[in-house]
Design a protein around this ligand. Structure first.
Ligand code: ADP
Length: 246
């Protein structure tokens, strides 16, 4: 169980999250949904101890998660990463092995890196500079970095943002396989409501606090959506499926 109890996060005088409580079962694949600025990224950062909380705690398997970072793979938001960093894709994946005592020896590390690269089907571009890759390729490399030490818990901040449908489907497939085969508990921030019921086993609807947490089938009621997004769901779905203007 990943247990988020009564978390409050303030940025100066701005409260990004207030008394957020969420109990995520082991082995679930949870989508975190909410409008822009709802505190979705903040929730993930608070779980990892990357932002200061003014109340609450986050426990994983009964102990503070921030003290068990080795059990967590984290894929940060695309726009928070400095992509001109001079490293090959393979070197970035290898960074995920830092701190894993089982992967201290070079041979073990190489095997794990190769396996993670294979999982995301990135063999062809593993020796290219990270800055030269497409958005979808970069995201697959960051996913491989998070998977390299086989963590039981994965946190992903909008991994499908800014990438095309095919690249997105590839990433979802890797996550699904991991969730099914390794029973990895996955928490993923996602913005597309139309695919939410299809991708996830559970959904958290948040807007400055957790309004609903339930199975994906039960969470998306009209009342819950209207409460979180502040507009009727018919309008919401129409907005999301409208073609982008040129
Ligand atoms: P979401 O991921 O749902 O879009 P965020 O967690 O990024 O929301 O942000 C929640 C709120 O906190 C927003 O109003 C955002 O502007 C604000 N915020 C986020 N990070 C910071 C920061 N480092 N300093 C000040 N305000 C921040």
């Amino acid at each position: 169980m990943l247990s988020i109890e009564d978390i409050t996060v303030n940025y100066g005088s701005h409260t990004a999250l207030k008394n957020a409580t969420l109990r995520i079962p082991e082995g679930s694949f949870t989508g975190v949904i909410g409008p822009n600025g709802a505190g979705k990224s903040t929730l993930l950062k608070a779980m990892l101890g990357l932002v200061k909380t003014s109340s609450g705690n986050v426990n994983y398997r009964g102990k503070p998660l921030a003290q068990q970072r080795g059990l967590v793979g984290y894929v940060p938001q695309h726009n928070s990463v400095y992509w001109d960093f001079p490293a090959t894709a393979r070197e970035i994946v290898a960074m995920g092995a830092v701190g894993d005592s089982d992967l201290k020896k070079r041979a073990a590390r190489n095997t794990a890196v190769t396996a993670a690269i294979a999982k995301v089907a990135a063999q062809e571009f593993q020796n290219q500079q990270i800055g030269e890759l497409s958005g979808g390729q970069k995201q697959r490399i960051f996913l491989a970095r998070a998977l390299v030490s086989n963590p039981p818990l994965l946190l992903l901040d909008e991994p499908l943002q800014g990438i095309d449908a095919i690249a997105g489907a590839q990433i979802i497939e890797v996550l699904r396989q991991n969730n099914k085969q390794q029973h990895t508990t996955i928490v993923m921030v996602h913005h597309d409501l139309a695919s939410a019921a299809d991708y996830f086993t559970h959904l958290a609807l948040i807007n400055k606090t957790v309004h609903t947490y339930d199975t994906a089938q039960n969470a998306l009621t009209a009342a819950a959506l209207e409460k979180v997004f502040g507009i009727p769901p018919q309008i919401l779905y129409r907005e999301q499926t409208r073609p982008q203007s040129q």
